[in-house]
Design a binder for this molecule. Structure first.
Ligand SMILES: O=c1ccn([C@@H]2O[C@H](COP(=O)(O)O)[C@@H](O)[C@H]2O)c(=O)[nH]1
Length: 494
């Protein structure tokens, strides 16, 4: 198999220049194996760090020549490198091929000309985009979008490595034709053939690639504000349409579950024995998208508790959500998440986190996930009376989430000003026929949570667990919540 791929590769690499280049890149440590978090938050067993070539001018020249040779068209008026690694490559191509270059900044400068694109250009000039690696294609897309806004003609892009994770198709859908010098499969075959990696490493990377092809581009159009108005407002959009606004695998999965099962109900399973928890999860499972636990209130927790919960989550298609409310420094929460009696990271898809300690709390949790697909929900506002979660605190939690979209799925909150469709609003303190519990909890109805406060998911505990018929109660909350959501999005165009 590997031999065949290398032979096929030989057809497009008659002089063996690509193979030679890959081997040289491997020699200087560009191809790394281990556990890496990609821009989208995806955990990858392989990382291609082409930034290293700035220290190897000859190799930089070879990479640039191979990329220029692979370009999809001819007669470009301009080349533009995607920041950062695309920039030095574009510079070499520009000087060697005598094609003027543009620089597209990552952020606008706060001083001077405040331009996002540096260099001289005129409308309708044909520009080739240059990037090192493509995963979903979002970096190329963002740069193309900026240049197209300036009326430049940008349809072509060239990358060195295509990780084969959906980027080519995503860009094609945006009318961008992208070609690569080498694909991940081809590169792994070359490294295997030359004894740089063993069969196990080769197979694990290919296995990863084949199971992670489904990326999407989160367009700025979908998540940005124009004149202070959210272009795609969370509260008006269907769960289906919000799937493509995020690359977080669990946010996407949760939207899919909600849309397919037609439920935005999360049951807070605040019971005190494993038997009660498992029995409740099995009974309400068909009606929920999430099961929220306080695992430390169980009197008889064991591995059996987790095995049974995970089986039920698979059987009924819901996610597990441990309401741990982590709130310490990064190093401590990493231990609390992965160790102790509960080993939460091993079984809970989502956990709650306080923003109070600053974003080290998020980094600490991420450091413990070790390749698993996990996410967190920031507690930005509490339902209890006298909660100290001020508006400023809520605002700061929003900023924190925006900086960590690879891990943060949304907020536990009573309301949200943010219309950002990527984040899910989870609202507890929901109960029919009661306004409080005498211990500070404050309740609103499912309709009020969804229509007045903008909740996406309602969290209901005692309204279901203490009902005479918990299944009937779960059905009632589910229907009321999903009807309210449908009413909310009725007039939406998304
Ligand atoms: O602000 C918050 C955050 C979390 N909770 C949790 O939700 C449930 C609510 O239970 P009810 O029985 O429906 O009151 C519970 O697990 C809390 O720990 C919250 O209530 N408020």
């Amino acid at each position: 198999m590997a031999e065949t791929q290398v032979q096929q590769m030989g057809v497009g690499d008659p002089t063996g220049a690509i193979q030679q280049c890959i081997l040289s890149l491997h020699n200087i440590g560009v191809v790394k194996f281990g556990r890496f978090t990609l821009k989208s938050g995806m955990q990858s067993p392989v990382y291609f760090d082409l930034r290293l070539i700035v220290s190897y001018p000859k190799l930089m020249e070879t990479v640039s020549e191979l990329m220029w040779a692979a370009r999809p068209g001819t007669d470009y008026d301009l080349v533009c490198g995607v920041a950062y690694t695309g920039l030095p490559i574009a510079t070499v191509i520009s000087t060697k091929q005598n094609v003027p270059m543009l620089i597209r900044r990552k952020e606008t400068k706060g001083y001077g000309t405040k331009k996002l694109v540096e260099g001289s250009y005129q409308g309708n000039q044909k520009c080739l985009m240059i990037e090192d690696v493509i995963v979903s294609g979002s970096s190329v897309y963002e740069s193309v979008e900026t240049l197209r806004d300036l009326k430049l003609d940008v349809k072509d892009a060239v990358v060195f490595l295509d990780r084969e994770q959906g980027g080519t198709a995503n860009l094609k859908a945006m009318d961008i034709n992208i070609v690569s010098v080498v694909t991940m499969t081809e590169m792994m075959s070359i490294l295997l053939k030359h004894g740089c990696i063993d069969q196990v490493t080769h197979d694990s990377v290919l296995e990863f690639v084949s199971s992670h092809r489904d990326t999407s581009i989160v367009t700025k159009e979908k998540t940005s504000c124009k004149n202070g108005i959210q272009v795609m407002d969370r509260k008006n959009c269907s769960f289906e349409s919000r799937i493509t606004t995020t690359n977080h695998p669990l946010t996407r999965k949760l939207f899919e579950i909600m849309a397919n099962k037609k439920t935005n109900l999360c049951v807070a399973a605040d019971v005190t024995t494993t038997e009660e928890l498992v029995s409740l999860a099995d009974k309400v499972g068909p009606h929920i998208c999430l099961l929220k636990t306080h695992i430390d209130i169980l009197t008889n927790f064991s591995q059996d508790t987790i095995d049974k919960l995970r089986d039920l989550a698979a059987k009924h298609n819901f996610l597990l959500f441990e309401d741990r409310k982590f709130g310490d420094i990064g190093s401590t929460v990493a231990n609390q998440y992965s160790g102790g009696a509960y080993k939460i990271v091993e079984w809970a898809d989502l956990v709650t986190v306080h923003g109070l300690p600053g974003d080290g709390v998020i980094k600490g949790l991420v450091s413990a996930i070790n390749g698993r697909t996990r996410g967190c929900v920031l507690v930005s506002q509490m339902s209890s009376s006298g909660a100290l979660t001020s508006e400023e605190y809520v605002e700061n939690c929003s900023k924190m989430a925006e900086n960590h979209t690879y891990f943060v799925v949304g907020f536990v909150s009573q309301s949200s000003k943010s219309g950002d469709p990527r984040f899910i609003l989870f609202t507890p303190g929901v109960r029919l026929g009661k306004t409080g519990d005498g211990l500070g909890q404050q309740y609103v109805t499912p309709r009020s949570a969804i229509l007045e406060r903008g909740a996406d998911i309602i969290i209901v505990g005692r309204g279901i667990t203490q009902a005479s018929d918990p299944v009937a109660a779960a059905k009632e909350y589910r229907e009321e919540a999903f009807d309210a959501y449908q009413e909310r999005i009725k007039h939406s165009t998304h």
